[in-house]
Design a protein around this ligand. Structure first.
Ligand code: THU
Length: 133
């Protein structure tokens, strides 16, 4: 799985975005250590605080299918800005993937790459491995 393929999977997921309030369509694609990929989109709610981000959708799908080890996460919005994970998503990602690589893409496919540790240094989490491993 190349960076480009994972970003294309995130962009494809953004097509499924339910975002009638913001109009900001976000997709995510999570690459698992076993090579499988879980996609997610943002799902908004009239009670705005109940909105779920694309990254959380993808991670929740993977966890609920029994996956625990993740290699890379691509995030893409249908926007001309790089879509960076919000603070809450950074914390959620850190719960399961302490130092995963994050690809943040624009709608034209250009992207920037970071380690989660760069985006959320000194995070409050379980450390290198989840407790059940
Ligand atoms: N959004 C995401 O899906 N991921 C992020 O990391 C940032 C924000 C969504 C939430 C909301 O539906 C829309 O983008 C505007 O904030």
């Amino acid at each position: 799985m190349t960076d480009r393929e994972l970003i294309n999977a995130a962009l494809a997921a953004s097509e499924k975005s339910y975002s009638p309030y913001s109009g900001f369509k976000v997709g995510a694609a999570l690459l698992c250590a076993d090579g499988s990929v879980y996609q997610g989109c943002n799902v908004e709610c009239a009670a705005f605080g109940d909105t779920v981000c694309a990254e959380k959708t993808a991670i929740t799908k993977a966890i609920s299918e029994g996956k625990r080890r993740f290699t890379m996460l691509a995030v893409a919005a249908q926007s001309d800005t790089y879509c960076m994970p919000c603070g809450s998503c950074r914390q959620f990602i850190a719960e399961f993937a302490h130092d995963i690589e994050i690809l943040s893409a624009r709608s034209d496919g250009r992207y920037v790459s970071y380690k989660l540790r760069q985006l959320l240094p000194y995070s409050f989490d379980l450390g290198e491995k989840p407790l059940d491993e």
